[in-house]
Design a protein. Structure first.
Lengths: 327, 225
């Protein structure tokens, strides 16, 4: 058979047919109807960009997963790996004169390298929203609330938003050599108390920092955990983080609060996050189906420094959770 | 919480670590009926209904936990070092102690071979070996084999091996001796990221209970008694 090699698709890519397509379209239709009702306008960033758009803002983890190629003029370009990076560039350049706050939403594919055999695709659908120009906790809550309302609109009931603030953790890693900071970051991300205690000893962390590091995996729970965390905050930056999370908590409705877990060890997500950040977990899916957070310095990379907050959700995972279509 | 009381599913690596883990869970009041253990069932319920144990192969524990099929698992650090899996590692369970070591036949030098020959190293633990030698600036050719690593030098497949060492007897029988240590390992509790958030109270209780059981008896009654 002469066509066998031509008939294959590269690993991690696939055709989507009828039912798979219908489910994704239903998720996207529900998303745009909700986003528009909240005053968010749809944008479509390009499928490929100069690779610095992704590699400089989003950090080394995403940079290592870009799908890159050379453009005609020899410059490196990358397939869209993240909507927020592209939208930040768009908002700081073409939309620099637009009145603030700016509310933008999107849905489409992202492309990332994934190891083979891990069960992940290299192209996947995402959807999300960005709120640009609102520095306050009201902005954080507006986006968190949209995520919660959207999951409810999809009739997903069992879900949690895992909310933290990177400013609580950053002072704990200050002054460490890059390898040391990376090791601790990994231990925080894995809630590995043994490794945190060992790292704190090895790097000679001051007693208060060591105590906060070892407690970090336990600083997770409902609102009361913020009180516990306050006594462990190391310096004004960490205190600001707690104050912000308390302000967010105060703005949430009791209904919404049931879906929010405060996790001071929340360190996931892309390198551009500067304050509150969160992951979204849904029953039936073993990993996060969404990320969000504040990225107050990303637009500054393009010369229009303004605060921003946003989130994205994995369309494919949500589509698979949809109940079968009513007749 | 309005969720029905569904047991937490815990993946265990068949073999000695699973025996130690089941003994530890039994101390929490969550043992397994002997008849269930002998039945070769796919899933073993604990007598108190709090857990379901899922016996799987060592290297598959992180796969089941990362995917969410299991909520948690018990597995050696040696396996986690080999298979970078995206799971939480909240607790060192302190049993299942062993070390990953470089071993060589008595007459074979380490870390350099005469005439600057590039050493061939046979191992099941390719990733851990790669990281270890790279960090030392030693260039080697790694040969991935899946069993009986200790006979590789005898048969001329490799100069050295990287393998787990418990007592060192197997090495000795094959004329090998430990020449360097790659890592020490003990069993860890690992937890699925989504399950940890969605069933937070249950996971927190499990971690606290295990910690208490470990502290009350430094280590669970060892297998070799």
């Amino acid at each position: 058979m002469p066509t066998t090699t031509l008939a294959r698709v590269p690993p991690g890519s696939q055709d989507l047919l009828f039912d798979d397509v219908r489910r994704r379209r239903r998720v996207q239709a529900a998303w745009f109807s909700l986003a528009e009702a909240h005053g968010y306008g749809e944008v479509i960033p390009p499928t490929f960009e100069y690779e610095e758009v992704f590699s400089r803002g989003a950090g080394p983890e995403l940079a290592s997963r870009l799908i890159r190629f050379l453009d005609r003029d020899g410059r490196l370009v990358a397939l869209r790996a993240d909507f927020t990076s592209s939208i930040a560039r768009m908002a700081a350049t073409r939309l620099a004169a637009a009145p603030l706050p700016l509310r933008l939403c999107y849905a489409g594919k992202v492309y990332r390298q994934e190891p083979e055999g891990g069960g992940r695709r290299r192209e996947s659908f995402q959807l999300g929203a960005e709120l640009i120009g609102d520095p306050g906790p009201e902005g954080d809550v507006e986006t968190i609330r949209m995520g919660i309302s959207f999951l409810r609109a999809l009739r997903i009931r069992d879900f949690q938003v895992n909310l933290g603030d990177i400013r609580f953790i950053r002072p704990l890693l200050e002054g460490l050599a890059p390898e040391g900071a990376e090791r601790l970051r990994l231990a925080i991300d894995r809630k590995d108390r043994a490794a945190l205690a060992e790292g704190a000893r090895e790097f000679g962390a001051p007693a208060a920092v060591a105590r906060a590091l070892v407690e970090l995996p336990e600083l997770i729970g409902r609102g009361e955990v913020l009180l516990r965390a306050r006594s462990l905050a190391s310096g004004p930056e960490a205190e600001e983080a707690i104050e912000r999370l308390r302000a967010v908590d105060a703005l949430l409705t009791p209904d919404e609060r049931e879906h929010v877990v405060y996790d001071l060890g929340e360190i996931r997500g892309l390198g551009y996050y500067t304050g509150v950040q969160w992951e979204v977990f849904v029953a039936g899916v073993g990993r996060a189906v969404g990320f969000g957070g504040r990225y107050d310095h990303l637009l500054g990379m393009y010369g229009a420094d303004r605060p921003a907050v946003g989130f994205s959700l994995e369309t494919d995972a949500l589509a698979e959770l949809l109940p079968a279509e009513e007749p | 919480m309005s969720r029905p009381p569904k047991p937490l599913r815990v993946a265990l690596p068949k073999g000695r670590v699973m025996d130690d883990a089941l003994r530890l869970f039994a101390r929490l009041g969550s043992g397994v009926e002997r008849s269930a253990l002998e039945s070769r069932r796919l899933i073993l319920p604990s007598t108190d209904g709090r857990f379901e144990f899922l016996p799987v192969k060592n290297f598959d524990v992180p796969v089941y936990v990362e995917s969410g099929v299991a909520d948690a698992g018990v597995v050696g650090l040696d396996v986690l070092g080999e298979r970078e899996s995206d799971v939480l590692h909240p607790l060192d369970l302190r049993f299942g102690g062993c070390r990953l070591a470089v071993a060589a036949p008595g007459e074979t030098p380490y870390p350099y071979l005469p005439g600057s020959v590039t050493p061939r190293v046979a191992t099941k633990y390719v990733e851990s070996a790669r990281r270890f030698f790279a960090a030392r600036g030693i260039q080697v050719d790694l040969v991935h084999i899946s069993g009986s690593v200790e006979i590789a030098p005898l048969l001329g497949l490799a100069h050295w091996i990287v393998d787990l060492v418990q007592t060192g007897r197997t090495l000795e029988e094959n004329g090998l001796a430990v020449v360097d240590e790659v890592a020490r390992s003990t069993a860890r509790l690992i937890v699925n990221r989504a399950s940890h958030k969605l069933r937070l109270e249950e996971h927190q209780r499990l971690i606290a209970d295990l910690e208490r059981a470990l502290d009350s008896a430094d280590r669970p009654s060892p297998t070799e008694s």
